[in-house]
Ligand binder design. Structure first.
Ligand SMILES: Cc1cc2nc3c(=O)[nH]c(=O)nc-3n(C[C@H](O)[C@H](O)[C@H](O)COP(=O)(O)OP(=O)(O)OC[C@H]3O[C@@H](n4cnc5c(N)ncnc54)[C@H](O)[C@@H]3O)c2cc1C
Length: 495
């Protein structure tokens, strides 16, 4: 196949994926003569629940040239320093997965390894005491990180919680201002070129036919173009990630928003709590094999804080990924390309990296088979690495309900088994190609779930280690005192 030039791009779907793609393309193609059109159907609507992000979102906002304060105001956003996991390693336990690392290297050894050695020799301060990000979250405080080495508020990252529908609206205005054409209506047919198998055009209920050279499938779970029209299959991962349902509900805010997402383990899954400025997003992700929808609904409603402002909305899903996220002249972005439960808030970031792969591998604005194959290879690796990280949360759980016993005892991918074994042996963290979650994230999980390496390096003088650690701990305590409550910080935005 010779490379195919792209002059017109059609985005099918206007959820978070559609409008993120439209906004990015509008900016990227500002000085290029390529027409971008987006089709969406208000009647069909969007999933509209993706509200927690990871720090990579900064890059997206920066790439669009949007001011952070403008974005925060427009989307009622709050700041996120990480995720609190309640009752996952057993009842009445909690631990924090921060967007940051722990301590600094001591005698050229990773801090966490030295900490585990010190702990074995009687040191009592927990690993979380060496992470300013975790300490700020626990205190309900926030400050923008400084990257000045001398600063006490250095070396952590942050993300946002935002209102998904406001986010899509904000991006729509941005994209339309930059000449993206929006067409309202329902696509009812996709025409293929009989000789190449490429998509030629889509037909609308109105009778309109829209042609393009490149089609971006952002139609969500139905995957109208990549799945239904082109027949690209879906790899089902529900044998490892057995949750298949979610109930989502919004409540009024009754306390100041905390600067983190909370994930609380429940009978047959987990409940999210995502605080925005004006309301809270809540939901229960569960396995319908272990709890009925009615019981899940009751358990969710019994565990809400604040008055409910919407009825619980049931969403069914199959965890997995599209075999090829890019096939011929169609790229799937968002839920059409796969679904991983929102335990680590990775879907919006996968939208972002999907857009980056599409634009990065569209060399000279041409579709080339070799570039497409490489984009697909990288996409698969990225999905599989995140899948493993999410499975880890279930595998290491310390609960005794039937659901939790099942997911602890189930088989896991060999790639994940190797990672757990490497840590349990010598405390090593194996980071592979396209790994979204780096060393610090794996350390926080192993620590939170109570694992420890069996062979520890005890060659450094314990008294020396403890003295250095105590200094670090007190610097973090002082740093934390400098920050202000998260709610107050939000008030300062744009003033
Ligand atoms: C329970 C749950 C919780 C989640 N939480 C998070 C989270 O905290 N963080 C995170 O990063 N992600 C989260 N996600 C994922 C996130 O919601 C999605 O990645 C994101 O919303 C993107 O969805 P989408 O745009 O691909 O699909 P959708 O929102 O479903 O949008 C599909 C679009 O296609 C259009 N469409 C469909 N068919 C047609 C047609 N025939 N003709 C015309 N238009 C059509 C629809 O009108 C709509 O505009 C969550 C997902 C679920 C299910």
């Amino acid at each position: 196949m010779s490379a195919k030039a792209v002059k017109k791009i059609l985005i099918a779907g206007g959820g978070t994926a559609g409008w993120m793609t439209a906004a990015y393309l509008a900016r990227w193609l500002e000085k290029v003569d390529i027409q971008v059109t987006l089709v969406e159907s208000e009647l069909i609507g969007t999933v509209g629940v993706g509200e927690a992000t990871v720090p990579g979102i900064h890059q997206f906002i920066q790439d669009l040239g949007i001011k952070e304060s403008e974005f925060i105001k427009a989307t009622n956003a709050t700041f996120k320093l990480g995720i609190e996991f309640k009752n996952w390693s057993g009842m009445d336990t909690d631990f924090f997965h921060p967007f940051a690392g722990y301590g600094v290297r001591i005698e050229d050894r990773p801090f966490y390894k030295t900490w585990w050695s010190a702990k074995a020799q009687g040191y009592t301060a927990g690993l979380e005491k060496f992470c300013l990000c975790t300490q700020l979250a626990k205190a309900g405080k926030f400050a923008l990180p400084s990257f000045d080495e001398q600063s006490r508020l250095a070396w952590y990252n942050y993300a946002y919680h935002f209102d998904a529908s406001l986010f899509a609206k904000f991006l729509r205005v941005y994209a339309e201002t930059k000449n993206v054409e929006r067409i309202e209506g329902k696509i009812n047919h996709v025409q293929l070129d009989s000789s190449t198998g490429f998509i030629q055009s889509v037909s609308m209920d109105s009778g309109q036919v829209i042609d393009a050279d490149l089609f971006v499938d952002c139609t969500g779970m139905p995957a109208l173009l990549i799945g239904k029209a082109l027949g690209v299959g879906y790899e089902d991962w529900s044998k490892w990630l057995i949750c298949d349902s979610a109930l989502a509900v919004q409540t009024k805010s009754v306390v100041d928003p905390q600067p983190f997402t909370r994930s609380s383990a429940r009978t047959a899954g987990w409940q999210w709590h995502i605080p925005l400025q004006h309301r809270v997003g809540n939901g229960y992700v569960y396995s319908s094999e272990f709890i009925s929808h009615d019981h899940a609904r009751k358990e969710l409603l019994d565990n809400l804080i604040g008055e409910r402002v919407t009825d619980p909305k049931l969403i069914r899903f199959t965890t997995g990924m599209r075999n090829d996220f890019w096939y011929k002249n169609c790229v799937s972005i968002g839920l059409s390309s796969g679904f991983l439960e929102p335990l680590e808030s990775t879907s919006i970031s996968l939208i972002q990296t999907g857009i980056a792969k599409m634009t990065g591998f569209l060399v000279n604005f041409e579709i080339d088979e070799k570039q497409v194959a490489e984009a697909n290879r990288l996409n698969r690796l990225e999905y599989e690495r995140i899948r493993d990280f999410i499975i880890l949360h279930y595998k290491l759980n310390g609960r005794s309900d039937p659901f939790w016993t099942h997911v602890r005892e189930m088989g896991i991918p060999a790639t994940l088994e190797e990672k757990i074994a490497a840590f349990c042996d010598a405390g090593d963290i194996k980071i592979a190609e396209q790994e979204s979650f780096k060393e610090d994230s794996w350390v926080s999980m192993f620590y939170g779930f109570g694992l420890k390496p069996s062979s520890l390096d005890t060659s450094v003088d314990p008294a020396k280690i403890q003295s250095i650690m105590n200094k670090m701990k007190s610097a973090i305590e002082k740093g934390c005192q400098l920050a202000i409550p998260h709610a107050e910080f939000i008030q300062t935005i744009g003033t």
